[in-house]
Design a protein around this ligand. Structure first.
Ligand code: E4P
Length: 215
């Protein structure tokens, strides 16, 4: 499974990239707003840090506006993926953009039928938001399972990005289900390293060695 980081913070992206396990980045307007920096300049910088796909979201909601913004994003860097919301205009735009070989990530997916519409339009990626479904008492990971099954049944090549990840459990279940990608916030990404027995093991090895060697 590919690990993307879900942030627009370049320091977090640089740190994750330095670990050698980062496959891509997703941003959204809320994450960009937190950084209080120019959107394009930030995405351009992120695209230089990682060679993997970097999702940048359109702000337009109408077909013409989405297509125009998407073409602009595609000219910013070769690894930009244009994030488009799941609406009729968004899907129509995805169809046009896939004909131009512009990569798209259809975002704000909350049902399997939405995911199938995106795949039919030629989306490169879909992003089901598991955390937001859990937040309202639903089962976000069940949606991922439904999408993976539907795509397997019909051979759609659209890759599934598990998005709105809130905890390590979401990452573990994504792995179990065979999701293509999980886009993970920095705080959760760091937690993937943690296990108390690893810390205890390191301490014990070092103290045994020091005791024996008198160090
Ligand atoms: C996905 O691409 C989105 O940027 C993100 O995962 C949304 O997560 P949130 O529900 O924590 O805002």
């Amino acid at each position: 499974m590919k690990f993307f980081i879900d942030t627009a913070n370049v320091d977090e992206i640089r740190t994750a990239a330095s670990w050698g396990v980062l496959d891509g980045v997703t941003t959204n307007p809320s994450l960009i707003a937190k950084e209080k920096r120019d959107y394009k300049e930030t995405v351009r910088e992120i695209c230089k840090i990682t060679p993997g796909p970097v999702s940048a979201e359109v702000l337009a909601t109408d077909y013409e506006g989405i297509v125009r913004e998407a073409r602009e994003w595609a000219s910013v860097a070769g690894n930009v993926v244009v994030k488009v919301p799941l609406t009729p205009d968004g899907i129509k735009a995805v169809k046009t953009l896939s004909g131009e070989e512009i990569k798209t990530n259809v975002t704000l997916i909350f049902s399997v039928t939405q995911a199938v519409l995106a795949a039919k339009a030629g989306a490169t990626f879909v992003s089901p938001f598991v955390g937001r479904i859990d937040d309202i008492g639903g089962d976000g990971m069940y949606l991922v399972e439904e999408i993976l099954n539907a795509y397997a049944n019909y051979g759609y090549e659209t890759e599934v990005i598990v998005a709105s990840v809130r905890n390590v459990r979401h990452v573990i279940e994504s792995l179990e289900m065979g999701a293509d990608i999980a886009t993970i916030p920095f705080n959760v990404l760091k937690q993937l390293f943690n296990h108390p027995l690893t810390d205890i093991g390191i301490e014990r090895f070092l103290s045994d060695y020091r005791k024996a060697m008198g160090g």
